[in-house]
Design a protein around this ligand. Structure first.
Ligand SMILES: NC(=O)c1ccc[n+]([C@@H]2O[C@H](COP(=O)([O-])OP(=O)(O)OC[C@H]3O[C@@H](n4cnc5c(N)ncnc54)[C@H](OP(=O)(O)O)[C@@H]3O)[C@@H](O)[C@H]2O)c1
Length: 326
């Protein structure tokens, strides 16, 4: 038996990445790939790396018999889509937007969304009907902080700088994804106010009821297409060895999150569902670096990881992807 999967928002970046992964997933049959802009057009006309891989055509509507539907829509549009389109209770929904990530937004009609960070909520994901897939920055930053929260060691302010590639902003054009603006350039946006701070705060509070201090997060736009590199630091009474052991134990059963002995860089994870972490103690500060691919572990790969958990498959099914180092 195959899982019948549908996708809404088919022409976008996260949908393109999802189609790529699901076409090669041995237990999935792709059903309707809905597109408001491209219904009737071949999928490979938009996602043109798929020429020769699939003859699927974008649809105007789902087939109606999907076991799982991925919503790859912008913020606010997932909720609007679910208000207009009724799915059977038996159809799982995995939403990639931020519409249902916060506890206050987790209930919608008769659906309850579970926050889909497997390293935090694996048991709940396995029992869930609907999943709110985490944000990309939120994934990289939470994975850098969860072990400290579980040990009750978030006692002071945390400073975060994280740089993302241009695909993080989606496929629609804007000044800051224009080649002339982006190339040879770096800039910040939404300092200390980025929307992912909400979900990060809720996940940390799940492990440490009263984390001390604030999180000061400065997001950067990078001059590359894919990936997030986050550096996170906070004062700590742990030694470097104690901290590394804490992280290694926390992620011992997490197939995609690895604590590296060596310093890490972006190309180790681009095109993979991995998160690599490196932990070092410098003076009083514990410095954790974290790298992911924003479209894979930060979006569509993690969505497939959640689907695997929902359907009782090994978590890594269809996700053994290789990075391109050189
Ligand atoms: N890009 C990332 O790295 C990333 C990472 C994590 C989470 N996310 C989240 O994932 C979601 C999708 O992101 P994305 O990067 O794939 O965005 P995107 O490239 O802009 O794609 C979104 C798609 O939604 C459809 N759409 C656009 N306007 C719409 C409207 N008004 N009503 C209904 N559908 C509309 C379009 O597809 P059709 O023309 O085919 O209908 C569009 O291609 C967003 O909520 C984003 O925040 C993105």
């Amino acid at each position: 038996m195959k899982i019948k999967a549908g996708i809404v928002g088919g022409a976008g970046y996260t949908a393109g990445e999802l189609i790529r992964i699901l076409l090669h997933h041995e237990f999935v049959e792709l059903g309707g790939i809905v597109s408001s802009s491209n219904a009737g057009n071949p999928v490979h006309q938009v996602h043109d790396d798929l020429v020769g891989d699939t003859d699927l055509v974008f649809a105007a509507e789902l087939a109606g018999d999907e076991d799982v539907v991925f919503l790859c829509l912008g913020h606010g549009n997932s909720k609007a889509w679910l208000e207009k389109n009724t799915l059977p209770d038996t159809t799982h929904v995995i939403d990639l937007s931020n519409d249902f990530r916060l506890e206050a937004d987790a209930e919608f009609a008769d659906r309850e969304f579970v926050y889909g960070l497997p390293e935090l909520n694996k048991g709940r994901i396995q029992q869930a009907q609907s999943i709110a897939n985490p944000g990309c920055f939120a994934t990289a930053i939470q994975l850098a902080l969860l072990p400290l929260a579980q040990a009750g060691k978030l006692t002071e302010d945390v400073h975060v700088s994280a740089i993302t590639g241009s695909t993080g902003a989606g496929q629609s054009l804007s000044e800051t994804v224009h080649f002339s603006w982006r190339t040879n350039n770096v800039s910040i946006y939404k300092p200390f106010t980025h929307q992912h701070l909400g979900e990060i705060g809720e996940s940390l509070a799940q492990l440490q009821s009263q984390p001390g201090g604030e999180i000061y997060f400065v997001p950067y736009r990078g001059n590359f297409a894919r990936g997030i590199f986050a550096s996170v630091y906070t004062p700590s009474d742990l030694t470097q060895d104690e901290a590394r052991e804490l992280y290694q134990k926390f992620y011992a059963d997490a197939p995609f999150t690895t604590v590296s002995d060596k310093e890490i860089h972006l190309k180790q994870v681009v095109n993979t569902n991995k998160c690599l972490l490196h932990v070092q103690k410098l003076g009083k500060q514990l410095l954790i670096t974290s790298v992911i691919d924003n479209l894979v572990k930060g979006a569509s790969g993690q969505a497939v990881q959640n689907m695997n958990l929902l359907f009782g498959l090994p978590e890594t099914t269809g996700l053994n992807l290789k990075s391109v180092l050189f």
